[in-house]
Design a protein around this ligand. Structure first.
Ligand SMILES: Nc1ncnc2c1ncn2[C@@H]1O[C@H](COP(=O)(O)OP(=O)(O)OP(=O)(O)O)[C@@H](O)[C@H]1O
Ligand SMILES: [Mg+2]
Length: 160
């Protein structure tokens, strides 16, 4: 049976720390290294922050502004590594041009404190990354992290 969790949060910045810690805590079942945990927290933090900052109207918050986080954890039968799938969805404004948005330094809030590096950071820290977005409907980011792949490989070599 696949292990999973589903978490729904108000899109408020006060929830960002909780969201990344909750996903990291869920990942513990896969026996991650500290470096894996740190990568997961960083990537989740960027995705959740994007939903909070970009998806919903900043000055007109409503109770319908929410973020859905769905995770599964499973062991890869091929190499014994753990696989953590994280899906982060908002139901906000969506992204006009995803190909452009994922480029390093691209931001629509340039006058602000944003540097346009969120998607690049997610790509760097995770093994797989994808974005699906529809204007006016919302955005879903999928992040996949392979956990313990190196250690599984080493153990296999030692056992051989
Ligand atoms: N969930 C989202 N809803 C709507 N637009 C988004 C969402 N996530 C990202 N975007 C758009 O994609 C752009 C790039 O996102 P990215 O995270 O790379 O940079 P940033 O958020 O602008 O800056 P930084 O992450 O460095 O603070 C954003 O400026 C925004 O226009
Ligand atoms: Mg960002």
């Amino acid at each position: 049976m696949t292990n999973y969790m589903k978490l729904e949060l108000a899109a408020l910045s006060v929830n960002e720390g909780f969201a990344r810690s909750a996903v990291a805590a869920f990942a513990l079942s896969l026996n991650p290294s500290l470096s894996d945990l740190s990568d997961i927290k960083t990537a989740v933090s960027e995705a959740v922050t994007n939903s909070i900052v970009h998806a919903y109207e900043r000055k007109n918050r409503t109770d319908a502004d929410k973020i859905l986080i769905e995770c599964t954890a499973e062991k890869n039968s091929e190499d014994g590594a753990g696989l953590l799938h994280i899906k982060i969805t908002d139901f906000g404004c969506g992204i006009e041009d995803v190909d452009k948005a994922v480029l390093p330094f691209f931001t629509t809030l340039s006058g602000d404190e944003r540097s346009g590096m969120g998607f690049t950071i997610m790509q760097t820290f995770m093994n797989e990354f994808s974005v699906q977005s529809e204007k006016g409907k919302g955005t879903t980011v999928v992040l996949i992290k392979k956990i313990g792949a190196d250690r599984a490989e080493i153990k296999e070599r030692l056992d051989a």
